[in-house]
Design a protein around this ligand. Sequence first.
Ligand SMILES: Cc1cc2nc3c(=O)[nH]c(=O)nc-3n(C[C@H](O)[C@H](O)[C@H](O)COP(=O)(O)OP(=O)(O)OC[C@H]3O[C@@H](n4cnc5c(N)ncnc54)[C@H](O)[C@@H]3O)c2cc1C
Length: 269
Amino acid sequence: MNFELTEEQDLIRATVRDFAAREIKPIAQELDEKAEFSYDLTRKMGELGLFGMYLPEKYGGQGLDTLAYIIAVEELARIDGSQAATLAAHNSLGIGPLYYYGTEEQKMKYLPQLCTGEALWGFGLTEANAGSDSRGTKTTAVLENVEWAINGSKIFITNGSCDFSIGSTVQAVTKVLENGKKEFTTIIVDKNTPGFKQVTMHGKMMWRASDTAELYFDDCHVPESHLLGKVGEGSHIMLSTLDNGRLSIAAMGLGNAQGAFELALQYAN
Ligand SMILES: Cc1cc2nc3c(=O)[nH]c(=O)nc-3n(C[C@H](O)[C@H](O)[C@H](O)COP(=O)(O)OP(=O)(O)OC[C@H]3O[C@@H](n4cnc5c(N)ncnc54)[C@H](O)[C@@H]3O)c2cc1C
């Protein structure tokens, strides 16, 4: 196995390292203390091309490989976990399901704007009683004529409530079988849909400058065409998305550790 980085990947590391040192480091502590999401930094990360890095150019992406994206997350986390979380959640959890499971029409509608750094997308899986055990999902979606009627709530949804949050992918129960097993389906919900409320959560102990939200669905109706993938495919879509997300979460751990080591070494010297 060749562990050498390509020239392009080396350049991405140097560019993101420089960006993080110049733009993020001077304000990271203040943002963390104030638990403030930075629109300015998010916009700048978008201008740098960090959103949708691995998407083809026709969807607004950079057409880079997964490793380039992982390196970018690692470099951000070396300086600030919050900005790395915003990027990792948006790319892996926000963009991921739309890109891998969306129809061509859904991709063209959402992905280009999600690559700009001025629009973020949430991944709505976790609920108050459905965390590690995502099959505990209680949010329901019922097809009424040509619309899904969604009821329930989600918790801890990254990028789910800031002004840039333009919607979320949501796992809902669409049927309970006779043996008690649930059928899960993923549905796209746009911001400003009546009955959809996005509420910012406060008081986190980490990633304090990232946006974390509760989402509420109160007879929230979306068109039938907002189905993502097929009916009954929801759990597969959400859990395979989390599998991809583990790469960026691991990169965050590595970047955090590297940054902490460098600070400790500097202090010891
Ligand atoms: C900052 C932040 C951002 C997040 N962003 C998102 C997001 O964008 N989208 C989203 O859907 N979710 C998100 N989450 C939610 C996250 O995925 C859940 O917190 C995670 O799945 C754990 O669920 P839980 O918090 O309910 O803990 P629980 O599942 O209740 O677990 C609590 C503890 O019990 C342990 N435990 C659980 N089950 C077992 C078992 N069977 N045996 C032994 N031990 C067990 C766990 O290891 C843990 O230590 C986010 C969470 C945080 C904190």
